[in-house]
Design a protein around this ligand. Structure first.
Ligand code: AMP
Ligand code: TRP
Length: 348
């Protein structure tokens, strides 16, 4: 018998360009967790359509995220990689959880407020309900750990609240059916967020107070995994900085968000601490630091970029990987949802 490996679940939306923030905040972490966890990585296409997506672009993007996973070193045979819409349990469980989650809880979600903007009446119902579908993603597999960037912390807390309320509301029934899975008699384990990784919050290259984002209108704000070496060098050269040289110690980065961000990116890619980077570059100007940073980004992302291109030349292969992953994901989620149906009282 193999030892119990904790189950990990995470998702990435196929919406436009994957960037260095996704890579350092999520994908690198996904790769590392494979050694001693059972990992399920999902391309969340159902989340993507909570805001308008061009259908062909959505297909392209779903393959691109999958290619990025594989190119970065995720092993889709040992672990599971699939797209959400191929496993209907996500939508089915989301419905049940919709009846557990409270409107007041969703009203507190800051990401909805940000994404909906001023015109909230015109946001899709799906955008509002997004966090409940995310809870379903995680709970459908009884996942114990969820690696995400800092921006997803609130959604993880909501997932735990939903799981707790389900466990409480149905406590008697769960016991009656002998379906308790946790020590305190719950059916859903409460998933732990893993917000560590080399860089949980990579900031925009144009504004060190805003996070690097797929949706920023300026392409110069981010480094995309699909950027070639020249583009990367140009973006780093044009990155916003201040006129001061780099400080000798991390304290000196406090009021300097742009400098702190570039040092943080360097540190994460080189596997160093920010202080170690400053030991090498403290006192030096950006004219010296930026070319070194550009070289490092190209060195680390170049091979991934090349492998993604190679994979994307064969979309049929990528689609086959996703179909195979979906089949294995379904085999885990379906029996768990059958139990949910019995707990809730659905006849079958
Ligand atoms: P998304 O693109 O919103 O689906 O995000 C995919 C993953 O990347 C999530 O775990 C996010 O928390 C993470 N992420 C997105 N943007 C950043 C960023 N600027 N810095 C660090 N992590 C990020
Ligand atoms: N909401 C996450 C994001 O934007 C993506 C996501 C969807 C996710 N379902 C998930 C992440 C389940 C972790 C677990 O980044």
């Amino acid at each position: 018998m193999s030892q119990h490996k904790p189950r990990v679940f995470s998702g990435v939306q196929p919406t436009g360009n994957l960037h260095l923030g996704n890579y350092l905040g999520a994908i690198v972490r996904f790769v590392d967790l494979q050694a001693d966890h059972e990992c399920i990585y999902c391309v969340v296409d159902m989340h993507a359509i909570t805001v308008w997506q061009d259908p062909q672009e959505l297909q392209r993007s779903t393959r691109e995220v999958t290619a990025a996973f594989l190119a970065a070193g995720i092993d889709a045979e040992q672990h599971i990689v699939f797209n959400q819409s191929q496993v209907s349990t996500h939508a089915e469980l989301a419905w049940v959880l919709n009846c557990i989650a409270r409107i007041g809880w969703l009203n507190r979600m800051t990401q909805f407020k940000e994404k909906a903007g001023k015109n909230r009446e015109n946001a899709s119902v799906g955008l509002y309900d997004y966090p409940v579908l995310m809870a379903a993603d995680i709970l459908a597999y009884h996942a114990e750990m969820v690696p995400v960037g800092e921006d997803q912390k609130q959604h993880l807390e909501l997932t735990r609240d939903i799981a707790s309320k389900f466990n409480n509301d149905y406590a008697e029934r769960i016991a009656e059916l002998g379906l308790a899975r946790t020590e305190d008699g719950g059916f859903f384990p409460l998933p732990e967020p893993l917000i560590k990784g080399p860089a949980t919050r990579v900031m925009s290259l144009r504004d060190g107070t805003k996070k690097m984002s797929k949706s920023d209108p300026s392409d110069y704000s981010r480094i995309n995994l699909s950027d070639d070496a020249d583009t990367i060098a140009k973006k780093v050269r044009k990155a916003k900085t201040d006129p001061e040289p780099l400080p000798e110690s991390v304290d000196g980065l406090k009021e300097r968000p742009e400098a702190a961000n570039l040092v943080g990116i360097y540190a994460a890619l080189a596997g160093m601490s920010p202080q170690e980077v400053l030991n090498d570059f403290g006192g030096k100007g950006f004219a010296e630091f930026k070319p070194a940073l550009a070289d490092l980004v190209v060195e680390k992302l170049g091979p991934i970029n090349a492998e993604m291109k190679r994979l994307l030349d064969d979309p049929a292969h990528i689609d086959a990987v996703l179909r195979n992953g979906a089949e294995r994901a379904r085999a885990i989620a379906a029996p768990i949802f059958d139990d949910v149906k019995r707990i809730v009282g659905f006849l079958s």
